[in-house]
Design a protein. Sequence first.
Length: 255
Amino acid sequence: MLITAAVVPGPPGLVPELMGSAARELDDLRDATDLAVSRVLSDLVVASAGSPLPALRSVQLVVVGPGQAGEFLAAGPVSFASFGPDVVVPALVQGQPGDPQLPTTIMVARYLASRDILTDPEHAEPWASARWLTTSGGQAKALGERLRADRIRVGLILVADGAACHGLKAPRAQDARATPYDAEVTAALASGRPARLAHLDAALGGELGATGSQVWPLLAAAAGSSHGDWVGEVLWSGAPYGVGWTVASWRRSCE
């Protein structure tokens, strides 16, 4: 069952060494991303230590990016040489080989893992046993339903971007629909209501190049449909390079 979740963007620009002199432009985004990720891992550590029920004692970190359904061995070292400077993220498990075919979103998530462990070494264990997946659409919904039904308590990190059509310098042609679409996504994430995520226009998201539209069905299905179960918080939102990026945290309500 899902107990905690974070939504983070997946640009390689989150790695400061790849940004050169412009690295500081994304410092606030990195800080928000670090906080969202740390919350998920902290919740898992607490859950692992505090459960009186043996059947529910196990916890699992699941990291998911958009794309064709697949699972990756991402505990080895990760190199960002294909993006410029050869920044190497150390292995999560000593001796684990690297995989040069990792999707960019998984590579970025691995970088976020290294930042998190550097700050909170106690988070290393759940990172080392994490599952690294890509999915989309109906398969994403099915995966979410499986996570919800599983008695293992799950912390979920979704790596996804918003519309890629903000402004003249965006990766895609400027589109006036980008701003209201991303505003709707941000509002849905802030609401903590799975139903709002489930009703986002996936077709429109696809037209706008929003990779998040591929994975929102996962979070909506994993979180369930009951109102009041979740507290959503948006920690950062913007489109500094023409792509909508949102950082959000979903945690179980204490009420």
